[in-house]
Each structure stands twice: as structure tokens, then as C-alpha cells.
Design a protein around this ligand. Structure first.
Ligand code: 13P
Ligand code: ZN
Length: 278
């Protein structure tokens, strides 16, 4: 059990038609909440931190904590560097022991994206780490504009996979990072075409997608689901709940934050169908 890369986790998820949650973390309470949820539910899990979060959660501090927590877990947990851009930071994450890297070269033309993915694969292979790539940009923090601009071309998913054999591919079909400004409108025909490619597909921008849509995404071929905003909101909600508690000290605060993250993580695991799959 314990620290694994995403290859086996996602192969089993794809075969078994369930989704593995990839939960973004930023502090110790979030790490402990995710691990506790995975253990209590006998669920595999992926714990990740995005490059853009390193300003508040430095990699050399939070990274070793994530790896140590995954190693000590009684269920399989992968630790992934999310939305990596810098080769130097990717190398640092691998040195710390991250078992998987997401290289986000989605803003580049496909051929360039493929070349960058290959470079990261070469580096990651030396550490036994897996690699996730992205095809097509997500609305939200990756840009704004007419929605068609943000749909992945399933043909690009196929070409990137055939050129690289990468372990997972994130795609864009109406999903967006952060809170949705209006009800998410997922273009399932894109997912259906992309899922003909024999690679585990990743849904980014999970926070705010309805349970029904999550289940449909999994049924149509999504194997990994990224949840960030919901986790950050949960840890903050734990801190708010603390303000209403009679007993106020650090230990109550830290427990409430971890419990709140554990709860939302468990709820997502239930919807994704990963409970009991460890
Ligand atoms: P949300 O913040 O919308 O859940 O997105 C998560 C994500 O895609 C992390 O890479
Ligand atoms: Zn993302």
C-alpha cells in the first residue's frame, strides 16, 4: 500500500469504471483530512499541490509532508505535482519523492505540447514517476472567452497519447477551474470521442460539478477527478466553525479544519465510486 504512482490506480479505475479523486492540499490539516478519508473509506486517493500554490505553501515544506503522509497510509495514495510548468520545480518535486507529475503545456501548440511532455517523461522515468498531460485549455484561470475555444479536440488527445504513451490526459469539455459562474454545461460528445483513446482521462475543475454529472463523467470514461476549491473552502469552513465553539484553542481549531476536509473528501469519494476499492 502507501505511496504509489498513478499508473495502477488509474488502470484499475478505468477497468472498474470508477473515479479516483485527486485532492489538492495546502497545509497539514488538508493532508491529514485527505489521508483519513481515504483510510476510513478504503479508497485509493491522489493528493496534489499546484505550482501556483507554492507561494503560500512552499514545496520544500509541504512536499515532504505529503510524501511522508502517503507513505504511512494504509491505502494506496499517489502524490502529484499539479499544473507543473517549471522544469526546475518539477525536478524538485521528483527529488522530494512525488510519484507523479502533471505537465501543463496546454497553452502551446500540440507539437510543442508533445515535445514538452516527452521531456518531462524522460525526467520522471528516472524516479519511477508517472506523467499527466493536458490537451485544450480550461476556462477560468486558464483564460476567458467564447466557450468553444476551451474545448479539447479528441483527435489531439489521440495524437498526444500515440506520440507519448503518457499515463493520463486532462481534457476540457465545459469544465472550469474555481467556482462556476453559471451551472456547468458539459459537452459529453467530446468526452465520448476522447474516451475511445486507451488512456485514463482526467477531469479538472471538479468543484461545483453536480453528483449526477460526476457519475456521468465517470460512466463516459473519466478516471481521475481533481478537486481543489471545495477542499480549500472546507478547511476554511472548519476555521469558521471554530469561531462558534465554546472551547477555543489551537488544538480544537486544527481538529475542526482536518475534520471538515475529511468530510468533503469522503463525500466526493462516495460520488466517484472509489469507496472500498483500495
Ligand atoms: P477546482 O478548484 O475547480 O476544483 O479545480 C481543481 C483542479 O483542476 C486542480 O488541478
Ligand atoms: Zn486543474
Amino acid at each position: 500500500m502507501s505511496l504509489v504512482n498513478v499508473k495502477e490506480l488509474l488502470r484499475k479505475a478505468k477497468e472498474g469504471r470508477y473515479g479516483v479523486g485527486a485532492f489538492n492540499v495546502g497545509n497539514m490539516e488538508m493532508v491529514l483530512g485527505v489521508i483519513k478519508a481515504a483510510e476510513k473509506n478504503s479508497s485509493p486517493a491522489i493528493m496534489q499541490i499546484a505550482e501556483s500554490r507554492l507561494k503560500t505553501s512552499p514545496l520544500h515544506v509541504v512536499g515532504p509532508m505529503m510524501v511522508a503522509a502517503a507513505k504511512a497510509a494504509s491505502v494506496p495514495v499517489a502524490v502529484q505535482f499539479d499544473h507543473g510548468h517549471s522544469m526546475e520545480l518539477i525536478r524538485q518535486a521528483l527529488e522530494i519523492g512525488f510519484s507523479s507529475i502533471m505537465i501543463d503545456a496546454s497553452s502551446k501548440p500540440l507539437e510543442e505540447n508533445i515535445a514538452i511532455v516527452k521531456e518531462v517523461q524522460k525526467l520522471a522515468a528516472g524516479y519511477g514517476a508517472t506523467v499527466e498531460a493536458e490537451v485544450g485549455q480550461l476556462a477560468g484561470d486558464e483564460g476567458e472567452g467564447e466557450k468553444e475555444r476551451f474545448y479539447s479536440d479528441p483527435e489531439d488527445v489521440r495524437r498526444l497519447y500515440e506520440s507519448t504513451g503518457v499515463d493520463a490526459i486532462a481534457l476540457s469539455f465545459g469544465n472550469a477551474h474555481g467556482l462556476y459562474k453559471s451551472k456547468p454545461c458539459l459537452e459529453y460528445s467530446i468526452l465520448q470521442r476522447a474516451s475511445k483513446v486507451p488512456v485514463p482521462l482526467v477531469l479538472h475543475g471538479g468543484s461545483g460539478i453536480s453528483p449526477d454529472d460526476f457519475r456521468k463523467c465517470v460512466a463516459e470514461g473519466i478516471s481521475k477527478i481533481n478537486i481543489a476549491t471545495a477542499g480549500f473552502m472546507a478547511v476554511e469552513a472548519g476555521a469558521r466553525q471554530y469561531m462558534e465553539e465554546e472551547e477555543k484553542n489551537y488544538f480544537v481549531l486544527t481538529r475542526l479544519m482536518a475534520e471538515s476536509v475529511e468530510k468533503t473528501t469522503s463525500e466526493h469519494m462516495e460520488i466517484f465510486g472509489s469507496i472500498g476499492k483500495a
